[in-house]
Design a protein around this ligand. Structure first.
Ligand code: SF4
Length: 442
């Protein structure tokens, strides 16, 4: 199978240049290689700016080109990031229906989660929560690193083109991954995120030495000097007790699991070929929360899958209310050529209705996220510093082990671990003040 290629065009300021460097590094770690031009790329990304008119005009030209390339090769994914995308949000898709994904500027770390999440197969906007401009660039290892552990996927979700474009799952050799983790840590990484389409089926194809994902977690956790370990995305079907137990046993494994839901209706999950139903998903959530009650749970949800009735959608809302996710990426379904779901002609949800549903869902997700975040107020949490706050140069920004962005007062440099006392919380971020360098305690 040929490697996937990408082409990234950057508009605007230095911030965007820095973000694009991180996007390059991330895409390379995901196995993408640079294409000679957008006409040859599998993934066309435009990192946009909304400040200068000249950038707007150049962007319009590039979007026109992307539309042509996609018309010639329909499997191409077109993504638009940066400030212009942030200013338009969902309107990007109304104006440019061929765009697959749009995202605001910010935490490029989350882009890996997004590209590997099921969501790339649905048209949707997601908002990053900060800027990466102050993060070290690719040439210098950031404190946060990604490590791809497998390619491909053995699932057959009916809306997803990944199995036909990337083939069956192939795991990278266990010892190579452990060695790579050691190199990353030696070069300055304090946090590593393991990436794969379905991370927790890692190792089943390794012969003669089958390995499990929990064994890999254990081995990477044991790398001297690693403070934090994350992974994305697991499939609910394969989220087993031993991975949950690893969250209890392994000191570096963070208190956050991104567990894609897609729908709260068993009927729709079946049509999506997700291989679990509502009850099984809730069972996984109960197992996780029994073991780690304080864990942050985030998810992906697709709205408007063909055949989704108001009752199905209500079941999604009910499940969201029941689970109370800490955050969710929400997407409107859009048919992808060469997928089973693209052949469904009955029960297609009109665009207006899908927009109305996603609006209701986002409101509920935000309400829950804000409520959940209040548990951190008054607590002292460990924050991995990413750089100065974008909105207030007197403050510092970073991320907790629960994957919550934090803006705080105090002095700290990118890559340091700091204890922060949380004063307030919104649905997307926390605010507080530094009490001491957590790393000074180690
Ligand atoms: S789990 Fe499903 S949605 Fe995710 S990559 Fe595999 S086939 Fe696609």
């Amino acid at each position: 199978m040929a490697a996937l290629t990408y082409h990234l065009t950057t508009f605007g300021c230095q911030m965007n240049e820095h973000d694009s460097e991180r996007i390059d590094g991330l895409l390379e770690s995901l196995g993408y290689s640079p294409a000679a031009g957008p006409d040859e790329a599998d993934l066309i990304l435009l990192n946009t700016c909304s400040i200068r008119e000249s950038a707007d005009r150049r962007l319009a030209t590039q979007l026109g080109n992307a539309k042509r390339f996609k018309a010639a090769r329909p499997g191409v994914v077109v993504g638009v990031g940066g400030c212009w995308a942030q200013s338009l949000k969902q309107e990007v898709f109304e104006r440019y229906p061929f765009v697959d994904v749009a995202f605001g500027p910010g935490q490029v770390d989350q882009l890996g989660e997004f590209l590997l999440a099921d969501s790339i197969e649905a048209q949707g906007y997601f908002e990053f929560d900060g800027f990466t401009a102050d993060l070290p660039m690719r040439a210098v290892q950031s404190a946060q690193a990604w490590m791809q552990i497998s390619v491909g996927c053995n699932q057959k979700c009916s809306y997803c083109i990944v199995p036909s474009t990337r083939g069956l799952e192939v795991s990278r050799p266990f010892n190579d991954l452990v060695a790579e983790a050691k190199v990353l840590v030696a070069r300055g990484a304090r946090e590593i995120t393991l990436l794969g389409q379905n991370v927790n089926s890692y190792g089943r194809d390794l012969r003669p030495d089958r390995r499990t994902f929990s064994e890999l977690l254990t081995a990477v956790d044991a790398v001297d000097g690693l403070d934090r370990l994350r992974y994305t995305s697991p499939h609910p079907q394969d989220m087993g007790a031993e991975v949950v137990a690893a969250h209890v046993a392994l000191p570096s494994l963070c208190e956050h699991i991104h567990l894609p839901l897609q729908s709260g209706s068993s009927r729709i999950l079946k049509a999506m070929r997700r291989t679990y139903d509502r009850e099984r998903y809730l069972g996984r959530v109960a197992m996780i929360r029994d073991a780690v009650p304080d864990i942050s749970l985030t998810t992906d949800i697709i709205v408007g899958f063909p055949g989704e009735t108001e009752e199905d959608f209500q079941q999604t809302l009910d499940l969201v209310s029941e689970v109370q996710f800490d955050a969710a990426y929400t997407f409107i379904y859009s048919a992808r050529r060469d997928t089973e779901a693209a052949l469904i002609t009955e029960g297609v949800v009109p665009a207006e209705l899908a927009s109305e549903r996603i609006g209701r869902l986002i409101e509920l997700v935000q309400e829950n996220a804000e409520l959940r975040a209040q548990r951190f107020v008054g607590r002292s949490v460990e924050v991995l510093v990413e750089g100065p706050s974008r909105t207030d140069p007197d403050r510092v920004r970073g991320r907790t082990r629960h994957n919550k962005p934090v803006n705080f007062s105090g002095l700290a440099k990118a890559g340091e671990l700091v204890d922060v006392e949380i004063e307030s919380a919104t649905s997307t971020s926390l605010r507080g003040h530094a009490t001491m360098l957590a790393s000074a305690l180690r």
